[in-house]
Ligand binder design. Sequence first.
Ligand code: 7GP
Length: 834
Amino acid sequence: GKEKWPRGDEKTWKEGFRSVNTEVPSITKSIVNHVQTSLARQAYNLDDLGAYQAAALSVRDDLILNWNETQMHYTRKAPKRAYYLSLEFLMGRTFDNALLNLGLKEQYREGITKLGFNMEDLLEQERDAALGNGGLGRLAACYLDSSASQELPVWGYGLRYQYGIFQQLISPEGQQLEQPDPWLAGGENPWELPRLDVTYEVRFYGTAERLPEGRALWQGGQEVLAVAYDVMVPGCYTKNTNNLRLWESKPKRGFDLNSFNAGDYEHAVESSNSAAAITSVLYPNDHTTFGKELRLKQQYFWTAASLADIVRRFKNIGKPFSAFPDYVAIQLNDTHPTLAIPELMRILIDEEEIPWGKAWDIVTNTVFYTNHTVLPEALEKWPVPLMEHLLPRHMQIIYDINLFFLQAVEKKFPGDRDRLARMSLIEEGFPKQVRMAHLACIGSRKVNGVAELHSELVRTTILKDFVEFEGPSKFSNVTNGITPRRWLDQCNPELSALISKTLKVDKSVWLKDLDKLKELLPYAEDAGFRKEWAAIKQRNKERLAHHVQTTLGLTVNTHAMFDVQIKRLHEYKRQTLNILGVIHRYLTLKQMTAAERKKVNPRVVFFAGKAAPGYYIAKLTIRLIVNAARIINADPETRDLLTVYFLPDYSVSLAEVLIPASDISQHISTAGTEASGTSNMKFCLNGGLLVGTVDGANIEIAEAVGENNVFFFGHLTPAVEDLRYQHMYHPVPVEEKCPPLAKVLDCVASGMFGDGGVYEPLLNTIRQHDYYLITEDFESYIGALAMVDQAYLDKEEWIKKSIRTTANMGKFSSDRAILEYAESFWNIEPVKVA
Ligand code: 7GP
């Protein structure tokens, strides 16, 4: 029947409703209105920041309308929903992305111009939301964009850190310095909606007393409040606007009045400080775990609040808990949210009084786990004493899960003690530790890696025993993807326009069906098209050069080949190989005659990336890059042919300038170590060619674009283990193994780039065990770069390669990836908002 209007006069209400402003006059009216009232400012003294804020508030109003309608629609329809639990969401800026997804950028540009401002200047006013470290966090952001764009009922759940990833400064000596990133300090964040009414209590510590029938009573300890902040995630050319719910911690009681009245001010605010600390800062470690209590508190705080919210929403549907997996899918972004498994068990058993076996069925049909790395130092383990202290009830549940699990393993493999020890959720030792990947694996419906090779390594190495026990069908692959909205349309608007013009379709079509790019292939043969293609690349190089000029005061040679490596600093990613290769190139140039140098292809090498604050070797690599750059760039004999830049404070926004400007980019991890990589996809989508090892998604990119369009080098994964064994037990000095590299190392050690002694620890990682096999891959790396130079000589052929690369990148849209999750894991369907 017809729904009754809830209160008051329906007509009066409806006359008050507004819709999204799509015309320039209503847009400018809205902006001016926000200048006057929301900001309490005037036209006379309005600066770029104020104008940005007013324009952002205007867009925010539009997003709220769509967001509200979407959420209401999802509630009414009550479809199965998926929840993406990620401790990191590396969102970057929102303003430009929202305008493009709403299809309002040109209208806003016109309006902003009429008001006397410049769109590009306003876009620069926004701070990045940098609530993530690297690939894992940015992937989560791309998946949110794709979920909304594909009209899937997906919510993200994360933490609202007060401080995002640190800001990186580089001292004159080349030392990385870290500064806090108080990204919310400007006051209002227009892209979030504080939901001060949506709160949950989260308990820590206390005691857990076992009751009959497997239940327990957990009480005492400390309780803190989780407060929801909703971030609106607009889809591309759709009303669907999804939600990213971020939790902020707050003390349950503001402060202790008794202490306050007794004059003990410090004690009065103590509880308030410790509660606020939980969501104060993002841990800046990438691929390492430190076992810190505050980190475990973050993980539980976030999973407990998210699950309470998910369960409450499910209960509103009014179905029995046996139907929970028909309405809810929970995706664990790596093991960080693994506590969701024992927490859901606790809710079902202790609060909903469901028996163990039924509860376990519900959990294992609801939860899904994605692994993002096979590096041993990244596999989370929590000390049992810490878990027992902080989460006594969860530790009981984990022991019970382990008992039932090991009984089943024993039944299948009787008497295999080693296997039991290997598979146990508890690692013996001092202290004992909980292996979170094992818990995530046995508590999940599906387990996946993020590229074909990586998923195979998950199956055959870290989870081999589990595949043997549970059978292979639970273990699968979803190759990562990237959103073509931000990573092509937004960061490379000229290329986007050329594609639409050439394909004779609106971008709304191909941006949501990226396989359409295939239709560009024939245009590789069209000289006119190639000219336009190359001109856009050139203008993107000039845009980057302009950025470097205005931010660092350095002049970049835009007629050189642009060679880019941007990612977190890590030994396995081998920025060291790159800089040693650069030095080798420099030494070679120095030995050439002037006539020989005339034939050399000029090159500019860009690096950017942050090192974890405690990662000494990674910081030394930055130091070497900065000092090598200082010497090489100052050499009048070579500087027209080779320059090197380390761009400080890498961010999503900086990537948006660097990626469209690259001729080549480097993805040169030791084979078998980079799970997927995602920037490799971004570069290739923008027509940059890939230099890389046979690793991660590089392999699938080469399959898609053709091996003749990538530059592969280095040993393959199966060889790595043997080589490492050789290096360990039958070491050969680098002078014998790789003389050209030995020469480079000697130059560094002898002080060519400042005090050589400083680099000793870094050089020793190569001279000694060389775990990441730089000596093994150096010569083939130099060979690959020579092939690049060779190929670049034929400019027309190079542009063809660039066009063919872009044209074949359709597979790597995060729309394809998220639809794979939706269809083959979560079993959810699009729910379009009319
Ligand atoms: C990264 C992987 O290193 C990268 O290869 C992959 O593309 C990305 O995840 C997205 O799947 N891993 C992390 O960022 C990370 O922190 C440790 O992994 C948990």
